[in-house]
Design a protein around this ligand. Structure first.
Ligand code: FAD
Length: 461
């Protein structure tokens, strides 16, 4: 065993939660070590957000390219995979640079908590003990495996699906959440025959039906088949592919495909040798760690952030909590405020939501006005041939304050930030409507939707 290190903050995991926490902790003057058992940058950088968005962007470029070129999809796909890897490498290099310049020590290895102030770091050929004043747990999550469809062979998780060396002739996606829809549509755009099996009544459950409708329309144009209220029960693999059996309306059906992709959610990495039981840190029935508004667990010197805590499993939620945890450790009065966490689906068209939805406002009996405006009447959207979709702004009808917004349409992922800021700053729909937006831009649709809400409020007065 090598020497016993002592630090102020030990961060376990280097995903968007862990690396942000480590950088912030070091910036605030604390001696910080981050431990990573896999790849620096975690799921997001290596097998999540970044590679998926690189391949999705390539699938769109392929659709443009095939209109002009006769060369095959497989050549394009090989280049797309190489491009994806170069993006991942650059991003991972960027994370390492950030950690290094902040003065964080990075250790490869698996951290096992021994007690409330000590971790054993297991490396390939050695072990070392680290004592810490504080720990930030940021161990992330892994794909949920279905007992009926164990991963392996032709049954893939998102990690393997992002690394295929060829375009599958056909793909059945089990689970129509955002990862299933993004990767399913990506492969459909590369030419795979894609079927999505979703247990609920619509794909992208959680988003309102009017928002999802333009995405379903495009999925049909892309030649995808969506089967809702379907439960996958078993898969038989053979040399050419697999037969996936599912139940719908109490009847057995099957679909043939070259591969099955299982995207039914993610499980927090709080089990195994991490040692939570050993130090007396409980988890919920879902394996999550409970924290207070400062990201502190029931053990006062141990914090937990990101996918291992409650709330949406998203990179920007993890990095937001990371800053709060590091600042609290440094003695600052930071607290989390979850009223404005944007959710984005990188489908075509893109879908984004922040704050409350219409349904949530009704359930909470909040009096609201809704201002809506379509991309169909926006000059920039017409010029971009991107007229599908709309912006919906939800405001409290008494105060005019923006409390929620949803967008389906081109660049929804970027546009949602303006509405996130509006909620964060307590802006009213009048503030949005009176803000000068450059012309011609897609952002003018937000201004128009807010203007419609303002007119409704004045009419009701
Ligand atoms: P992770 O990124 O999971 O990192 C945890 C790290 O901890 C891992 O590297 C792991 O190796 C390490 N670790 C675990 N246990 C130990 C241990 N005992 N010792 C040492 N190291 C350990 N989110 C978005 O916001 N936008 C998107 O567009 C998006 N797209 C996605 C697409 C896909 C296909 C997937 C799978 C996910 C996507 N996500 C997206 C979700 C996002 O990747 C996660 O929410 C985010 O990575 C969570 O960050 P984290 O820091 O909590 O953990």
């Amino acid at each position: 065993m090598s020497q016993h290190k002592q630090v102020d903050t030990l961060v376990i995991g280097s995903g968007p939660g862990g690396y942000t926490a480590a950088v912030r902790s070091a910036q605030l003057g604390m001696k910080t070590i981050v431990i990573e058992r896999g790849q620096i940058g975690g799921v997001c950088t290596n097998v999540g957000c970044i590679p998926s968005k690189a391949l999705i962007a390539e699938s769109h470029r392929y659709n443009l390219y095939r209109q002009w070129s006769r060369s095959g999809a497989s050549d394009f796909f090989a280049e797309a995979q190489a491009f994806k890897q170069s993006v991942v490498n650059k991003q991972s290099g960027g994370v390492q640079y950030l950690l290094q310049t902040a003065g964080v020590t990075v250790l490869e290895g698996e951290a096992n908590l021994i007690d409330k102030h000590t971790a054993m770091i297991k490396q390939s050929e050695s072990e070392q003990l680290i004592s810490f004043k504080y720990a930030i747990l940021a161990t992330g999550s892994r794909p949920i495996e279905l007992r009926a469809l164990p991963l392996g062979g032709r049954i893939l998780s998102s990690t393997e699906a992002l690394a295929l060396s060829h375009i599958p002739a056909s793909l059945v996606v089990i689970g129509g959440g955002y990862i299933g829809v993004e990767l399913g549509q990506m492969y459909a755009k590369f030419g795979s025959k894609v079927t999505i099996l979703e247990g609920g009544r619509q794909v992208l459950p959680g988003f309102e039906a009017d928002l999802v409708a333009p995405v379903i329309k495009q999925m049909n144009i892309d030649g995808m088949t969506v089967v809702t209220e379907a439960t996958a029960v078993k898969a038989e693999q053979d040399a050419d592919g697999l037969t996936l059996h599912y139940i719908k309306n109490e009847e057995q059906h099957f679909v043939r495909a070259e591969y099955a992709l299982v995207t039914v959610g993610r499980r927090p990495n709080t089990d195994g040798s991490l040692g939570l039981e050993r130090i007396g840190l409980p988890t919920t029935s879902k394996g999550l760690i409970e924290t207070d508004e400062q990201c502190r667990t029931v053990i006062p010197n141990i914090f937990a952030i990101g996918d291992i805590t409650d709330g949406p499993a998203l990179a920007h939620k993890a990095s937001y909590e990371a800053k709060v945890a590091a600042e609290v450790i440094a003695g600052q009065p930071s607290v989390v405020d979850y009223k404005a966490i944007p959710l984005v689906v990188f489908s075509e068209p893109e879908l984004a939501s922040v704050g409350l939805s219409e349904t949530e406002c009704t359930a909470r009996a909040i009096p609201v006005v809704i201002g809506k405006s379509s991309f169909g009447i926006n000059g920039r959207a017409l010029a971009l041939k991107a007229t599908e979709g709309f912006v919906k702004v939800i405001a409290n009808s008494e105060s005019g304050m923006v409390i929620g917004a949803q967008i389906v349409g081109a660049e929804a992922s970027t546009l949602i930030s303006e509405l996130t800021l509006a909620i964060e700053m307590g802006a009213t729909v009048e503030d949005l409507a009176m803000t000068i937006h450059p012309h011609p831009t897609l952002g003018e649709v937000i201004m128009e939707a807010a203007g419609n809400a303002v007119r409704k409020i004045s009419k009701n007065k």
